[in-house]
Design a protein around this ligand. Structure first.
Ligand SMILES: CC(C)(COP(=O)(O)OP(=O)(O)OC[C@H]1O[C@@H](n2cnc3c(N)ncnc32)[C@H](O)[C@@H]1OP(=O)(O)O)[C@@H](O)C(=O)NCCC(=O)NCCS
Length: 141
């Protein structure tokens, strides 16, 4: 198996076709039905990290942040062929390496056991499990 490489993306990567292929592989149709939205979302992200095996894009993570007080993790995805091999863990480590000293690390994700297991493994707690107690609010329009 070729070597896995996880690194911060340059301005011209990932290209549109490979990003669409990866988002499509995990079934995220909200992005793949609107490719221009995906392209703008990637371009407007604070930090984008890609995992490549033999050049092929197999995972991606991106963030929205002020770079100082808060970072929102938005999209952590690993191609199904590559899941449970530590790629997601490496992606988050590389993404968060860009935020030393940033205390508040937050995200929204699907309500499935695998996401809970993944984020808890990486030291995150669900808001209702946090001490001291916190509230989170969201509004989708
Ligand atoms: C969630 C996701 C990013 C995890 O990526 P991954 O590369 O498979 O995760 P890793 O191999 O780095 O797993 C790290 C740890 O998380 C936990 N974990 C990950 N996936 C898990 C699963 N399906 N079931 C149980 N635990 C899981 C395990 O503790 C694992 O460590 P271990 O393999 O040594 O037991 C990947 O499953 C994915 O892309 N899913 C579809 C998109 C998605 O839901 N993204 C998250 C929301 S933004």
């Amino acid at each position: 198996m070729s070597e896995l490489r996880v690194a911060v993306c340059t301005a011209d990567e990932p290209d549109r076709a490979e990003a669409l292929a990866l988002y499509s592989a995990v079934g995220w149709t909200a992005y793949t039905e609107s490719p221009e939205v995906l392209v703008r979302a990637l371009a407007g992200s604070h930090r984008v990290v890609a995992a490549r095996r033999g050049g092929r894009l197999v995972g991606l993570a991106r963030s929205v942040s002020d770079g100082t007080t808060v970072v929102y993790l938005q999209d952590v995805l690993v191609h199904p062929d590559e899941q449970r091999r530590g790629v997601g863990r490496l992606l988050l480590a590389e993404l968060l390496a860009g935020y030393p000293g940033v205390r508040q690390r937050v995200l929204l994700t699907d309500d499935e056991d695998r996401q809970r297991a993944f984020y808890e493994d990486l030291g995150f707690a669900e808001v209702h499990d946090h001490t001291p107690p916190l509230r989170s609010f969201v509004r989708f329009d």
